[in-house]
Ligand binder design. Structure first.
Ligand code: MG
Length: 257
């Protein structure tokens, strides 16, 4: 069994769509962003779509309570509200709120447009432009399922941290493409058991989604992935605390041998 050798190598917590679950907050709401910051998550993930009139907005699904985002104007989306009274956040408002602090990174998921590649790449251009305009570069890390969008972001900002989500390229390819790392579903790493180690050997960071069980969390803690993305950030903090305690105890036992 693999044991962590230092405190720095313990995985960090990324809240998936903000920390929404415990208080039943809307996913991707400003309220869920605040909650993730209060919990001291290393990062909080959110999903970004582009409206018909080129406004980047934060929401998971392609529709906001029944209104299709890609074919609606931003004003049209204001007809609906989250149950907590919030309107759909613009990516700008979300980033500005997140930038009021420095500890929780803003994990910006660029959504693939169902209107086609051109639209997806246009959202990538607008996203990088927005982050630069706000001076948010050091707070933002990008993730995307669209491979070309990831490459576009690297091209537009070679210093940007970019992780690819779709699970279908090797660590070596990700390195060649200039990505910071891989952010794959846990099943992908289960099927390709060498990829975490290969990523680390190449200097790539590994994020894994969406890990909501204690067993799954422990498996990845043992594999020393850099980040674990979860709907259960409070549980993950608890599991990490236990995990660190157990490792300390084992180290002490070994030292006595
Ligand atoms: Mg997402």
């Amino acid at each position: 069994m693999w044991h962590v050798s230092s405190a720095q190598s313990v995985s960090q917590v990324i809240a998936h769509r903000g920390a929404w679950k415990v208080d039943s907050l809307p996913q991707n709401s400003i309220a869920s962003l605040h909650r993730a910051i209060e919990l001291k998550c290393a990062g909080t993930e959110f999903d970004v779509h582009l409206t018909k009139d080129d406004i980047l907005v934060v929401n998971h699904d392609n529709d906001f309570y029944g209104i299709d985002i890609g074919t609606a104007t931003y004003d049209e989306l204001l007809a609906k509200k989250h149950p907590n009274g919030e309107a759909i956040p613009t990516a700008e408002a979300y980033l500005r709120e997140g930038m009021k602090q420095k500890k929780t990174k803003l994990i910006f998921e660029l959504k693939t447009s169902k209107l086609g590649k051109e639209r997806t790449l246009h959202s990538a251009d607008l996203s990088v432009e927005l982050v630069k305009r706000l001076g948010a570069e050091s707070m933002v890390e990008y993730i995307a399922f669209d491979y070309d969008a990831c490459k576009r972001i690297v091209e537009l900002d070679p210093d940007a941290k970019v992780y690819y989500l779709n699970g279908d390229i090797t660590p070596a390819q990700a390195k060649q493409d200039g990505f910071t790392g891989l952010d794959y579903h846990f099943n992908v790493f289960a099927k390709n058991p060498t990829w975490i180690r290969e990523s680390h050997d190449l200097g790539l960071a590994v994020n894994v989604w969406t890990v909501n069980t204690e067993e799954g969390m422990r498996t990845l803690l043992n594999q020393q992935v850099e980040f674990i993305t979860t709907d259960e950030p409070a549980l993950l903090f608890e599991v990490i605390k236990q995990f660190k305690k157990e490792n300390k105890k084992q180290k002490r036992t070994r030292n006595k041998d």
